[in-house]
Design a protein around this ligand. Structure first.
Ligand code: HEC
Length: 300
């Protein structure tokens, strides 16, 4: 009995110390040197930002704002040292496998998506040296940091192209807003239909998209085009809307307009009408005949 107690107590103590030392999460050594097959670039970092905000922000908070959800162990802000001391391979391993409250993303995100997140997180690590050489450094310095942006839209009616020029205020000056993502949509009954992937503005603040010619419009081919900035958390809702005749004529056909089984009144199928009236007239004739017979009875 005593021995059992001792074993139990040692077990509990051991478990306790183990859980204390288990604070550090280390990836297996053979995962350390794994690197992304593609060089990180701004496009990848942008999509990494979206994927992060959808899948990770709920626990890790906004990167760089140090506002992770208080869990145990602490998820940590990906901008912090807790993350930056990891090699790319270690980050990849941890995101892939998860641990405790940190979900396993192996089956939830593709490898590319996991690498995109890492490329985004790395933009917050000033000492990060890309493992695979010719990585395009985050263009932090010349990206537009102002606000109050405006959209100027030029529509090419022949090629169905929308050229968007985004200009904003930075330190009291009007400047082209580069690195801003612009979404192109058409309005449908239930929400917005994206026409293409979001386009990032270039150094001149310009983003161009071509609308497909076969999008259904209304009966004369009109639809409502909506062009807006995707990073609305930074710039607020900046939107351009325009009714335009770039769609295909779409004539709504009412299924009740044809002679069909489900048609009503004059559109009922002929055979049904004939059957119906034959039966109706037949019925009336029988009643009439019966009445006639009864009248004959009285007379006699
Ligand atoms: C449900 C909450 C939750 C979500 C969602 C979540 N994490 Fe975590 N994450 C945690 C917690 C808790 C830890 C700490 C785990 C530990 O140290 O045992 C953690 C740890 C990590 C670590 C390890 C940091 C270190 O100690 O080296 C990385 C990397 C990480 N998360 C990345 C991500 C990424 C990327 C996503 C989104 C794809 C994500 N996490 C989504 C809760 C979460």
């Amino acid at each position: 009995m005593r021995l059992l107690n001792k074993i139990l107590i040692t077990g509990v103590l051991l478990g306790f110390t183990l859980s204390l030392t288990a604070q550090e999460w280390t990836a297996p050594a053979d995962q350390k040197d794994k690197t992304c097959p593609l060089p990180f670039d701004t496009k990848m970092q942008q999509s990494g930002k979206d994927i992060f905000n959808k899948n990770c922000k709920s626990c890790h908070g906004e990167v760089g704002k140090n506002n992770p959800v208080p869990l145990s162990p602490d998820p940590g802000d990906p901008a912090a040292e807790k993350f930056s001391v990891n090699t790319d391979g270690e980050l990849f391993y941890k995101i892939t496998m998860g641990k405790g409250a940190m979900p396993k993303f192996k089956d939830m995100l593709s490898e590319n998506d996991r690498w995109a997140i890492i490329s985004y997180i790395r933009t917050f690590h000033p000492d990060y040296k890309p493992a695979n050489g010719d990585v395009i450094a985050p263009t932090e310095d010349n990206t537009f940091k102002g606000d109050n942006v405006k959209l100027f839209v030029d529509l090419d009616q022949v090629n169905l192209t929308a050229t968007v020029n985004v200009q904003g205020d930075e330190n009291g000056e009007t400047k082209p807003a580069n690195g801003v993502r612009v979404g192109f949509f058409i309005k449908r009954n239930f929400g917005l239909l994206p026409v293409c992937d979001p386009v990032t503005t270039n150094d001149k603040g310009i983003a161009i998209a071509t609308f497909p010619g076969d999008l259904p419009g209304d009966s004369i081919g009109n639809y409502k085009m909506i062009i807006k900035l995707i990073d609305s958390d930074v710039f607020g809702e900046v939107e351009y809307t325009q009714n335009i005749n770039w769609g295909k004529k779409f004539i709504y056909e009412n299924p009740l307009d044809h002679r069909e089984m489900w048609g009503n009144r004059s559109n009922a199928p002929l055979w049904l009408l004939i059957t119906y009236f034959t039966l109706l007239l037949g019925g009336l004739a029988v009643i009439g005949w019966v009445v006639l017979q009864i009248m004959k009875l009285k007379k006699s």
